[in-house]
Each structure stands twice: as structure tokens, then as C-alpha cells.
Design a protein. Structure first.
Lengths: 362, 228
């Protein structure tokens, strides 16, 4: 019983499939979005299915101290208060859009309906879709929005999302991401989000669980975990750091916005959010270069003071450098091994980080 | 022109009654069986499927012969029904029903099984995550999605029972007004050289079968569009 912990999701599963073994243990906070991240075949989806009870694995699952599964108990899927969004929307073809939305809603006791239909319709922009009868007439992105709404309408205590954007084209993805961000901001339901796309994770997640070959290799807060050079995430092509910042000032003349955080300021293309709003910015490691003296006559706007915390070889020609901007803010910088040697970069050195590009995630 | 005499009329009525009762029973038996065949991973699934499909390849007289032995005075089923005070089943309507159920089983099971398999696991998993229990999932998702399969099964089982001859003759004999069904009546007319009456019934069968198959074809097309 010592494994029960209040206010967290605690999972341990072992499952032997024909070509694959899952042996995963992790815990996650019951607030915000936890991404289950890893390459294809790392067991993310299998783990999510175990949590939902769709896969019957040996192990245990505690949700806020409540037992969903242990050695003696196996709560069947339909009794677990969760919502599940599959990769393909999987709307029921024999039901109208409205009947799809109401399918789970009707099956929970009225006293437990904490998420009203009108609110979900408004959140996900389903006003016009709900009047269209046949779900087959919806586009891929529209179908996925209905599927998310359908899951939310069961008032889940945990929302499981299995690569909900993976089956969509780029346009539909851009169409649906703002809705996911909005849910993240406004909805008080913990989310487990399976993804193999680093940009999605950087955009949506607060917490990261890394999987590799059926095992959990690391878990922790998003920013810290992404910046750990001992993990494979920091060596992906689109590796980078995520910085949580506040909108400080709009420069109307140049159409720029200044973001402030404890490690300094960043200028980005003008955003809509009013001053004071919290936003997250993503800086890719390949967009950060290092200078030992303050550069003059540079077109680069964002130059920050930093201290080198770690340097790791990455292949024959590159190194990855972890730069501390403050106690809690980190940048990654991918430079050539040659530059490291020419500049004589060492751990503990104070340098200038030149940021070529910042992607605003929300 | 020949007209329907009372015995023929009774044969038609008996045939329709037999086909209706058989179809209803088959739906009750074939649905769980098809579900099991569609979802089971047991090793004996293959043998069970083969047994269900046996009537497709066996001559009806073989099936009729064994059922007759089984239900006869020295058969296990016959002894049981006698002990229970039900009398013997061969040469009664109930004997016909039992023979027909076995003989038309694959025509009911296979379309339903195919329909269940075509649904796959996903819609049922989705329903489970939306709080639907097993029975609820079956009724609210599996049955409506398998509707075209059920329609095919109903039509095939009904039509096949109407058209059957060998099993009925072996098990029911040819008792006018009691177990003489349409196909047997046609045979009897031909034997008695009453070609006019035989034509009347046989032509009716041809027309009936054509209408059934046409309906199946049209309904199948429409229904599969709806579920797409």
C-alpha cells in the first residue's frame, strides 16, 4: 500500500507481446499535460492503452490514491473515469455528430456531468458541425474535434490522447492546436498526451515522460527534461529549449513584442496577447550560436548573457552546449566541434548566446 | 390452368411457417456464435467454424440421415425426448425445424460473422472509453454496425429454408397436410405426372427466389452506403 500516493498518477505495467516487451513505471502530476514521448515502437500507445484498461497488462495503476488496477483489482475500461482520444477520430458512423457527442454524456449519472454540452460545443467550435448529421461529411480535423468533445463530455478525471494530430495534414493540425491549447489553459483535467513530435510536446506539455524500447528512461518537468544532454531528446534534429515568459511590451512601430523572463528578454514578432500574459517560447538548438565577446554590428536582436553548464559531443563534427540563462532558464546550442575548440569553450565560462529565431508556442 | 388445391396451399403455408421459425431461431443461435467466431482466439475456433460450415458441402441427405438416427427411437435425442414425454421428433414440424436450423446455419452465421469482423475492435474500444459496458457496447455499437450482415443472414436463411429438400424429406417424410413442404410437394406432383400443378408451384418458387435476391442486392448496396 506504500505505493499509493495522493495527487498523482502512479503507473507500473509489464506486458510481453510477440515482438515487444513493455516494462514501464512512471508517475505524473494530476495537473496539466504530461507527454508520453518517444520514437515509434517505444511503447507509448501500449502504455496508454494499459492505463485505459484496453490492454490487460500485469501491474498497478493509482489515480489520486484510488486503485484502478493492482494485483487483485482490474477496473474495466468502462468503469474508469477517463476520456480517450484515439489517433483516428473513430466517430461512430451509424450515429449523427450530436449523437456521437452525447454517447458518453448520456452514460454518466447526471450528478457527475460537470462539463456541459454547450460549453464543449463553444470550446471546440462545434456549433456548425453539430447541425451536420453525418460524421462522414466532416473533415479530418473537424472529426477529431468532435472526438475530443465526445471524450470531454464524460467529465473525465483523466484525459488520454493518443497522437490526436498524427493522422491529420498540416493544415488540420494548425486548425486544431489552438483548441488543444485552450483546453490546456481552461480545463482542469490532467492529460496524458502520447506523441512522437517534439514540436507538439514543446507546445502543449508541462511534464515529460520519455520512453525507449518499452521502458521509461526519464521523467520530469518539460523545460528541465528537454535540456538534459544525457537524454536522446536533446540530440534530436529539432532539439531545443522551452522558455516560459511573460508578454512585457509591444513595439507598434516595428511590430515586435518583448517577452521577459528571469534570464533576460526576448524580442519576437508581435503577438496578440496583452502585456502580462504567460506565453511559451521555443528556441531550437540549431538557432543558437555562441560568442565569447558581446557581438557588435550584428543583425541578431536577441543576445543573452549565459554561462556554459555542460558540453557534450554529438557525432563526429558537432557538440551540444547547455547554457544557463538563470537558475531556472536554459538554452541549448548546437555548434561545431571546431568552433568549440577555436573559442576554447569550457564549462563555467560566461558567454553570449545569439538567438537567430524564436518560435512562440502560445 | 392448374390452381392451388388445399393440400398445396397448406404446403405453401407450412413452408413459410417453417422458414420463419427457422430464421428466428437461427438469429438467436447464430448471433452469439458469430460473435464468438469473430472475436475468439481459442484453438478450437477453427474446428467449430468447420462444423458450422459442414452443411455447405455435405449432401442434405447425409445431414438428414444422421439427424434422423439421432432423433429416432434408438438415438440419444430420441430417447431424451421420449423420456421427457415429448414423443419423437422425426416426421413432425419440430423435426423439420431442427433439421432446417442445422442445414441453414452457415447461411446465417457467416454473414453476421463477417459483419462483426469488419467492425473491428476500435468502435467497441471507443464505446468502452465512453462508459458503455459489454452488453451496452454490443447493442449500441456492434448490432447497428452489423446491420447489413444481419439483413443478409435473414434473407439467406429464410430463402435457403424455403428451398431445401433433402433434409426435409429425410426428417419429415412427405405427409400431406403435416410435413409436406413446397419443394416436396413439387416433387410429389412431378412423380404423379401432375405437371400443371408442379409448374404452378415451381414457377412461384423461381419468382420468389428472384425477388429475394434482387431485394438482397438492392438493400445490400444501400445499406453499405449508409454505414460508409
Amino acid at each position: 500500500m506504500s505505493e499509493k500516493h495522493v495527487s498523482e498518477i502512479r503507473a507500473h505495467f509489464t506486458l510481453q507481446l510477440e515482438s515487444f516487451a513493455l516494462d514501464a513505471t512512471f508517475s505524473a502530476p494530476v495537473v496539466g499535460v504530461t507527454a508520453l514521448f518517444g520514437p515509434s515502437g517505444s511503447g507509448k500507445t501500449t502504455l496508454l492503452r494499459c492505463i485505459a484498461g484496453l490492454e490487460r497488462a500485469a501491474g498497478s495503476l493509482y489515480m489520486n490514491g484510488e486503485v484502478w488496477q493492482d494485483d487483485t483489482i482490474f477496473m474495466p475500461t468502462h468503469r474508469r473515469p477517463l476520456g480517450y482520444v484515439f489517433q483516428e477520430a473513430s466517430l461512430f458512423p451509424h450515429l449523427s455528430v450530436r449523437a456521437n457527442l452525447e454517447y458518453g454524456f448520456k452514460r454518466i449519472p447526471p450528478s457527475e456531468r460537470r462539463v456541459p454540452l454547450e460549453q464543449v460545443v463553444e470550446w471546440l467550435g462545434l456549433e456548425r458541425l453539430i447541425e451536420r448529421g453525418d460524421p462522414a461529411k466532416l473533415s479530418g480535423g473537424e472529426r477529431q474535434r468532435v472526438a475530443i468533445g465526445r471524450a470531454l463530455l464524460t467529465s473525465p478525471r483523466l484525459l488520454l490522447m493518443d497522437e490526436p494530430l498524427a493522422a491529420l495534414d498540416t493544415n488540420s493540425k494548425q486548425d486544431i492546436l489552438p483548441y488543444l491549447e485552450r483546453l490546456h489553459r481552461e480545463l482542469n483535467i490532467p492529460v496524458l498526451y502520447v506523441s512522437h513530435a517534439l514540436d507538439e510536446v514543446a507546445r502543449l506539455a508541462d511534464h515529460l515522460v520519455l520512453l525507449q524500447q518499452g521502458r521509461v528512461i526519464a521523467s520530469g518537468a518539460l523545460g528541465e527534461t528537454l535540456a538534459r544532454l544525457d537524454l536522446p531528446t536533446a540530440h534530436l534534429d529539432d532539439a531545443g529549449a522551452v522558455i516560459m515568459a511573460a508578454v512585457a511590451q509591444h513595439d507598434e512601430a516595428y511590430h515586435l513584442t518583448r517577452l521577459d523572463f528571469s534570464g533576460g528578454s526576448l524580442w519576437v514578432g508581435q503577438v496578440k496577447q496583452p502585456p502580462g500574459s504567460r506565453v511559451r517560447a521555443r528556441v531550437l538548438a540549431r538557432d543558437v550560436s555562441i560568442a565569447t565577446v558581446m557581438p557588435h554590428g550584428s543583425s541578431i536582436t536577441n543576445i543573452l548573457n549565459a554561462r556554459i553548464a555542460e558540453i557534450r559531443d554529438e557525432g563526429p563534427d558537432k557538440v551540444m552546449v547547455r547554457l544557463m540563462l538563470s537558475e531556472s532558464h536554459v538554452l541549448l546550442s548546437r555548434i561545431t566541434r571546431r568552433s568549440r575548440d577555436l573559442l576554447n569553450l569550457t564549462v563555467g565560462m560566461d558567454v553570449f548566446a545569439q538567438i537567430k529565431s524564436v518560435a512562440l508556442m502560445s | 390452368m392448374a390452381t392451388l388445391d388445399p393440400a398445396d396451399l397448406h404446403a405453401v403455408w407450412l413452408t413459410l411457417k417453417l422458414a420463419s421459425v427457422t430464421t428466428c431461431l437461427l438469429l438467436l443461435i447464430a448471433t452469439p456464435l458469430a460473435w464468438w467466431l469473430a472475436h475468439s482466439r481459442k484453438w478450437y475456433k477453427g474446428p467449430v467454424a468447420a462444423v458450422v460450415a459442414l452443411p455447405l458441402v455435405l449432401p442434405p441427405t447425409v445431414l438428414g440421415f444422421y439427424l434422423l438416427l439421432l432423433m429416432g427411437p434408438h438415438g440419444a435425442v430420441g430417447e431424451l425426448t421420449t423420456a421427457l414425454g415429448l414423443g419423437r421428433l422425426p416426421f413432425t414440424f419440430y423435426g423439420l425445424v431442427i433439421g432446417s436450423v442445422f442445414f441453414s446455419m452457415p447461411f446465417a452465421v457467416q454473414p453476421i460473422q463477417n459483419a462483426f469482423e469488419a467492425i473491428g475492435r476500435r468502435p467497441l474500444e471507443v464505446a468502452a472509453t465512453l462508459r458503455a459496458g459489454a452488453w451496452d457496447r454490443f447493442v449500441s455499437v456492434a448490432l447497428p454496425l452489423a446491420r447489413p450482415g444481419f439483413l443478409t443472414a435473414i434473407i439467406l436463411a429464410f430463402a435457403h429454408t424455403v428451398g431445401e429438400f433433402g433434409v426435409v424429406l429425410m426428417l419429415g417424410g412427405n405427409i400431406p397436410g403435416e410435413t409436406r413442404v413446397l419443394s416436396v410437394a413439387i416433387y410429389s406432383h412431378v412423380e404423379a405426372m401432375e405437371y400443371g400443378a408442379a409448374h404452378f408451384l415451381a414457377g412461384g418458387m423461381v419468382l420468389f427466389s428472384f425477388v429475394v435476391l434482387l431485394g438482397l442486392y438492392l438493400a445490400g448496396g444501400k445499406l453499405s452506403k449508409v454505414t460508409r
